[in-house]
Design a protein around this ligand. Structure first.
Ligand code: ADP
Ligand code: MG
Length: 910
């Protein structure tokens, strides 16, 4: 006989493809009912796929509202009222269908202890969980197509061998003999009340499209992983109750297809749901006993129940299995009841149990880490190593996550408030797991043998009329022989018919095949056509693509250029803006300077006009004075000449002219006195001399003495000249000064003659209060000249102003009302007069004047000057140029200008 080995399906070639279809890990959530009605519930199912967690009241108070309501979504959520069958239909059914379609599956329950993992996976009597229901569905589907026992035999390398019929028969006989001793029930016989009614016949599920041309066999194994050790729960080691031997742990191995398996693990071939469940229950019991004996906590172990389905096609006759190991397919479904996911401290474990618990926790942690890495690899396209090897659980199932089958997880939650914090952890793990995608297992290859052979061959066998039982003893049995002949003839006829039919069918098939062939070839041609068209189009596309690329490149360069130009433009614009700004500032400055200059110009022009006027006046005055002086001199000379003439005439009495009368002299003098008038009326000396020469002349001696009295000191050189005009004695004021300045002489003449042309100054006559004429001070004396006595008249109504420049007059007699006594002592008078200027500021005017003694013996003041002191606010709109201003120190802007103006204003002549 030949051993045929089956193997778990693995197609490494397809794995490499980058466009492998992937499915996310299907995560379901089951909420178990609360233990007691009055317990606080912290989970609410808000839709068929979403739950909401509420922080329990106590926790909310403690954490200051840190915990908010959080929602978690799953593929589906099963509420408290979900029945086991409903859950199975959603979660388990598809896995069984896949199993029969040669696809692997992994289903595990996850959650804290007491959340219903075992209830979900195993169930309770009358309410079978996923495991019994899966078994039931599987056997319901493959029941009639199962092989006889021992046709498949597991090798010790995770593969399956096909035994020859004889070997299988021998093994069956051996087993039967053993079974008759141990009397293991093999039918639907409720031996153990604990496993009774796990599945009611009403709930029977079945896969419809089972390949009937295959033979099936189911093997189960059951292991427990505790403290990172693997124990075989179906191992037939005799248990010694007196000296219990600790169970031997198993190791994980990788088969030739890189699938992980538990080496040396017992795999039991089962032929019915009951048998399979019984095996499971046997393992379960063993697990319970071991836990008790070894003082382990069952909630801390993971249990893995594996359903292995082996299938191989029937041979062409449909009678036996095709003895081809390549046609053997093995698929498996692992049902895993994981350990409680709660943290170690919750169980208050101690010592070695704490360490063990730590290890168990570690394996769940590793599961979590693996999921995280898988997710990261998928999301970021990275190729990080997934740490499957860090724990037995993840190592065992690494193939599933690498694409050997579907992975589903039922997350069990207990809505009680005590579990809230642990439940949050569970939810986070579940959410993360959902994002992991597992490559979709590929379909099994099609078997090359015609389908439907199992039934067709049977039907053919039924069709042939059976040969009646006959025993020929006599060759001349004319009863039996004709009957036999008849039967044989009928059979021959049938065979002929069948052959004919076969031929006909074969012909039809042939013609159909030919037709199909021709169709195929035409399709091929069409395909070829299309392909050539396609390649043409491809070429066009390629050329267009290159064109597009070229244009894109061009557009990119253009964009780049535009960018650069834009930048340059920006730069220039910026430059332009700065330059414009600069231009504006300069313009502004220029404007300001221009206006300044204009102002200064105006100011200067004013000054020039002032000065010119002043000097014109001065010049005029000087010219007049000079004229007067010259006239005087002329007169003197005239007089001398006359005297000389008189002398000459005296010496020749015959020609003595008539002496002029005193009245005439006086008239002449009066006439001459008009000469100081500013009007240019030059005295014609010739006519005067001619007109006066006719008067009677005094004696030479008297004339000389008179002259000597009259002539100033500087003209004493002429003093010896005899004769001084008599009318000279009428000069009202004798010469008080010896100064030779013509001006003073001119001055002297003016009051004497009381000429109306003399500029009059209306002054204050303290004696009479009437208008009096006073001397006109032709020149201005320096006000700063010391030694002058001043009357400082400051009316009591005056206000003190805080200007910087205050008039300080030394040696002044300060009065509030002017009085004669004070005036008599002084030569100068100043009145401080205040008034309100147009801009609202106080304006102080210093009205200055000279004090004169009037003829009546009183005092008169001749006002000569007004000095204006004014404060001006720098923000005031206008600025009077010709006003002396003393500004407040804080606002002083241009002291120089202020001073200049002050000086200017001091020179204002009224
Ligand atoms: P776990 O395996 O997660 O520790 P179990 O499956 O042992 O939890 O459940 C603990 C208890 O809760 C059991 O008595 C079980 O019968 C009960 N239980 C769990 N889930 C359900 C459910 N959906 N309906 C009714 N009872 C449940
Ligand atoms: Mg449990």
């Amino acid at each position: 006989f030949t051993d045929r080995k089956g193997k778990t399906p693995r197609r490494p070639g397809q794995r490499k493809q980058c466009n492998i279809e992937k499915d996310p890990v299907g995560v379901y959530c089951r909420i178990r009912p609360l233990g007691t009605e009055d317990e606080e519930c912290c989970i609410e199912m808000i839709s068929s796929s979403t739950i909401q967690l509420h922080a329990p009241d106590g926790l909310k108070a403690n954490r200051n509202g840190e915990y908010k309501e959080t929602q978690y979504s799953f593929k589906k959520v099963f509420g408290v009222n979900t029945t086991q069958i409903e859950l199975f239909e959603d979660v388990g059914k598809l896995l069984i269908e896949d199993l029969i379609q040669c696809k692997n599956g992994l289903l595990f329950t996850y959650g804290v202890t007491g959340s219903g993992k075992t209830y979900t996976m195993t169930g309770s009597p009358g309410e079978g969980g996923l495991l019994p229901r899966s078994l039931d569905m599987l056997f319901n589907s493959i029941g009639p197509f199962q092989t006889k026992r021992f046709v498949f035999k597991p090798d010790d390398k995770n593969g399956m061998e096909i035994q020859s019929q004889v070997d299988a028969l021998l093994e069956r006989q051996k087993r039967d003999s053993q079974q008759s001793v141990s009397k293991i029930p093999s039918s639907r016989q409720k031996a153990d009340p604990e496993i009774a009614d796990m599945i009611s016949s009403d709930d029977a599920c079945k896969v419809e499209n089972v390949d009937e041309d295959s033979c099936y066999s189911v093997f189960v194994s059951y292991i427990e992983i505790y403290n990172n050790y693997i124990y075989d729960l179906l191992e037939d080691a005799p248990f010694d109750p007196i000296r219990p031997k600790p169970p031997q742990s198993k190791i994980l191995r990788e088969d030739q297809n890189h699938n992980m398996y538990v080496a040396g693990c017992t795999e039991i071939e089962v032929k019915s749901t009951e048998e399979a469940f019984e095996v499971f229950w046997k393992g379960q019991k063993k697990r319970r006993i071991a836990n008790t004996q070894l003082n382990r906590e069952s909630s801390r172990s993971h249990s893995v129940f594996t359903l292995k389905l082996v299938q191989a096609p029937l041979d062409a006759d449909g009678d036996h299995i095709l003895q081809d190991k390549n046609q053997v397919n093995v698929s498996q479904l692992c049902l895993v009841d994981l350990a409680g996911s709660e943290r170690t401290n919750r169980t208050r474990a101690e010592g070695s149990r704490l360490r063990e618990a730590g290890n168990i926790n570690q394996s769940l942690m590793t599961l979590r880490t693996c999921m995280e890495v898988l997710r990261e690899n998928q999301m970021c396209g990275t190729n990080k190593m997934v740490p499957y090897r860090d724990s037995k659980v993840t190592h065992l199932f690494k193939n599933y996550f690498d694409g050997e089958g579907k992975v589903r997880m039922v997350v069990c939650v207990n809505p009680k408030a005590d579990d809230y914090e642990e439940t949050i952890q569970v939810m986070r793990f579940a959410e993360m797991t959902q994002e992991v995608e597992v490559p979709r297992p590929v379909d099994r290859p099609i078997c090359g043998v015609a389908a439907g052979r199992r039934h067709r061959n049977q039907a053919f066998r039924d069709e042939l009329s059976p040969i009646p039982p006959c025993e020929l003893v006599d060759p001349a049995d004319d009863q039996m022989l004709p009957r036999l002949i008849e039967v044989l003839q009928r059979r021959h006829h049938t065979r002929q018919m069948i052959i004919e039919e076969f031929n006909k069918t074969a012909n039809t098939v042939n013609s159909m095949l030919q037709q199909f062939d021709s169709q195929l070839s035409s399709k091929g041609n069409f395909l070829h056509d299309q392909q050539s068209k396609l390649s043409e189009k491809d070429k066009v596309i390629v050329s267009q693509k290159t064109e597009i690329e070229r244009l894109e490149k061009k557009s990119k360069t253009l964009e780049y250029k535009i960018d650069i130009l834009q930048k340059t433009t920006d730069m220039y614009e910026q430059d332009k803006r700065t330059l414009q700004h600069e231009l504006e500032t300069r313009d502004h400055r220029l404007h300001r300077e221009l206006s300044d200059r204009r102002r200064i110009e105006q100011h200067m022009q004013g000054m020039v006009t002032d000065t010119r006027l002043k000097w014109e006046k001065e010049c005029e005055r000087r010219v007049n004075a000079k004229q007067l002086e010259m006239q005087n001199k002329l007169w003197v000379k005239d007089e001398k000449l006359k005297q000389l003439k008189a002398i000459v005439t005296e010496s020749s009495p015959a020609q003595r002219p008539e002496r002029p009368t005193r009245e005439r002299d006086g008239n002449i003098a009066q006439k001459r006195s008009a000469s100081p008038s500013p009007l240019p009326t030059p005295y014609p000396p010739a006519s005067t001399s001619s007109s006066t020469s006719s008067s009677a002349y005094p004696s030479v001696a008297s004339c000389i003495s008179k002259w000597e009295q009259r002539v100033p000191v500087d003209s004493r050189s002429q003093a010896r000249q005899p004769g001084t005009p008599q009318y000279r004695t009428q000069t009202p004021a004798p010469c008080q000064s010896t100064s030779s300045m013509g001006r003073r002489k001119g001055q002297r003449w003016a009051p004497d003659t009381e000429a109306p042309t003399t500029p009059l100054v209306y002054g204050l006559n303290l004696e009479a209060g009437t208008r009096v004429s006073v001397f006109h001070p032709i020149h201005r004396r320096s006000h700063s000249a010391g030694g002058e006595k001043w009357v400082d008249h400051k009316p009591s109504s005056n206000l003190d102003v805080d200007t910087v420049m205050q008039p300080i007059i030394p040696n002044a007699i300060k009065v509030s009302t002017p009085n004669e006594k004070a005036l008599s002592k002084c030569h100068k008078y100043v009145l401080r007069h205040q008034e309100l200027a147009s801009d609202g500021e106080i304006e102080t005017k210093l009205i200055k004047g000279n004090v004169f003694k009037t003829r009546g013996g009183g005092q008169a003041v001749q006002f000569t000057d007004i000095e204006t002191l004014r404060q001006e606010c720098p923000t005031a709109p206008s600025r009077k140029r010709r006003s002396g201003s003393a500004e407040r120190p804080a606002h002083v802007k241009n002291k120089v200008i202020v001073k200049t103006m002050l000086i200017l204003s001091c020179h204002i002549n009224v």
